[in-house]
Ligand binder design. Sequence first.
Ligand code: FES
Length: 147
Amino acid sequence: MYSEKVMDHFSNPRNVGEMENPSGVGTVGNAKCGDIMRMYLDIDENGVIREAKFKTFGCGAAVATSSMATELVKGKTVQEALEVTNKAVMEALDGLPPVKVHCSLLAEEAIHAALWDYAEKNNIKIEGLEKPVTDIGEKEEDVSETY
Ligand code: FES
């Protein structure tokens, strides 16, 4: 049911933890399944993501997608990090079962929430970044239509 990569990132998640004084931190949840993900980003003065950490209270797929999402955003500029969509995360994991697609949305939105926090703290606007939602369940219906 799960790809080897999903199992690997679930069993050995990368970048688990918290961060003191992050440049940006964001928390999103899904009221439907009750899962919550918090993402911390350390961003340098050139807008490059130096470090990413996460804490996920959720299902295995949510752990695997947040682990992969942190790996993908590291070393990227904030602008490039916007391209780390739930689709990109799923592709990097060699796919997810359809019922677990929404878990990857949590990862995308957690990145956005952390970037949003960073932008607000620094009084900047990140082109193409929309205000994240705190409950991803609101977005889920759009997703099931897309996939
Ligand atoms: Fe809710 Fe996976 S079941 S995030």
